[in-house]
Design a protein around this ligand. Structure first.
Ligand SMILES: Nc1nc2c(ncn2[C@@H]2O[C@H](COP(=O)(O)OP(=O)(O)O)[C@@H](O)[C@H]2O)c(=O)[nH]1
Ligand SMILES: [Mg+2]
Length: 330
């Protein structure tokens, strides 16, 4: 079989190169994240041995191999996209697992392992020694849970004994300022409002003794093209790392619009919020995977600070295939 390697920044891009070079029916035999993006190993369909069943029909004509079909059904019900599932199935073709019929006992856990390798995580967001995340801005569309997530992260930092400060750039609604001020008072941490990038820059030295500075931002529609450069200017002035909050129930097409709009800010991690409010978080999850962005947290409810967990690729992948995992929190 003539194998070709395709490397790109995101899985979606790599699969696009595969399709352009080997056609829509390309056989993807391996998919894995690399230091700079994703590597996909693929073959042209004519180079692959075409298996035929008793009726003489190519097994590649059906959407999934018979072995993978039950798992694909479960994952599709979870919202996982065909693109990502296809990559998982093709990667399994390179293993000893039997995909020709359902029932191979190794298949569910191996599928989860392959998928977990595609889920990038960023666990330094709460690492005290990660200077990059000392000043963290939460960005995202309106009402996705930015302020609530900020409060959860600030409370967790406080409970680890870190000195914390909160600054808000969200002066769009007075209620938003008051909401965050109430959280800051509850946590007994300094709180201030910045109206301009200069304001924000000026306030930073006041918090030089803080291990963490959380910056709240105004929610903007991803279609509000004028707002993005303003936000970018603010984040740059504050030297902020950027955490995108995205509601887990958002449909794949809408997620793509959000990620495309916010990616120019240089997203450092994504937090999938409102995981508890959807039965199909897979569409949002798959879009994040396809964009090659790392996940930092999942938010599982409104309660501060309880309803947040750090992203665990294995647990997430097991949830997609509805497998039990010991000690699962996601
Ligand atoms: N069910 C659920 N509700 C959430 C979650 N995160 C935030 N919320 C709620 O969503 C609403 C909007 O949250 P807020 O933090 O103000 O969103 P923002 O506009 O992005 O800052 C509030 O009622 C929150 O309590 C979550 O993970 N699950
Ligand atoms: Mg808010």
């Amino acid at each position: 079989m003539l194998l070709k390697r395709f490397e790109a920044k995101t899985l979606a891009e790599a699969l696009e190169h595969v399709r352009a070079d080997c056609g829509a029916d390309a056989l993807v035999v391996e998919t894995r994240p690399t230091r700079t993006g994703y590597l996909v190993v693929a073959a042209r369909p004519e180079a692959a041995p075409i298996k035929r069943d008793q009726t003489g029909t190519s097994t590649f004509l059906s959407k999934w191999t018979r072995g993978f079909q039950p798992l694909a059904d479960v994952a599709t019900d979870f919202g996982m996209t065909t693109n990502v599932l296809r990559a998982v199935e093709r990667a399994l073709l390179g293993t000893k697992v039997d995909l020709s019929r359902p029932g191979d006992p190794a298949l569910p856990s191996l599928s989860a392992r392959v998928l977990s390798a595609l889920v990038r995580t960023e666990l330094r967001v709460e690492d005290r020694d990660a200077a990059k995340f000392r000043t963290l801005a939460l960005v995202g569309p309106t009402g996705v849970g930015k302020t609530t997530t900020l409060a959860k992260l600030a409370a967790r930092a406080r409970s680890r004994g870190e000195r914390v400060a909160i600054i808000t750039l969200d002066t769009y609604r007075i209620a938003a300022v008051e909401q965050l001020r109430a959280f800051a008072d509850m946590l007994d941490v300094p709180f201030s409002v910045a109206f301009t990038p200069t304001d924000l820059r000026r306030q930073m030295p006041h918090h030089s003794d803080c291990a963490r500075i959380f910056v709240d931002t105004t929610g903007r529609s991803p279609r509000d093209h004028e707002a993005m450069p303003l936000l970018e200017g603010n984040l740059r002035a504050g030297g902020c790392a950027t955490l995108l909050c995205l509601a887990a129930g958002t449909r794949a097409r809408d997620c793509k619009v959000v990620l495309d709009a916010y990616e120019p800010l240089g997203l450092d991690a994504v937090c999938l919020t409102k995981w508890d409010e959807t039965v199909a978080p897979g569409e949002a999850l798959a879009t994040v995977i396809e964009h090659g962005l790392p996940l930092s947290h999942l938010c599982l409810g409104q309660e501060v600070p309880a309803d947040i967990v750090t992203a665990d690729a294995e647990q997430i992948a097991s949830a997609v295939f509805n497998l039990e995992v010991a000690g699962a929190t996601a």
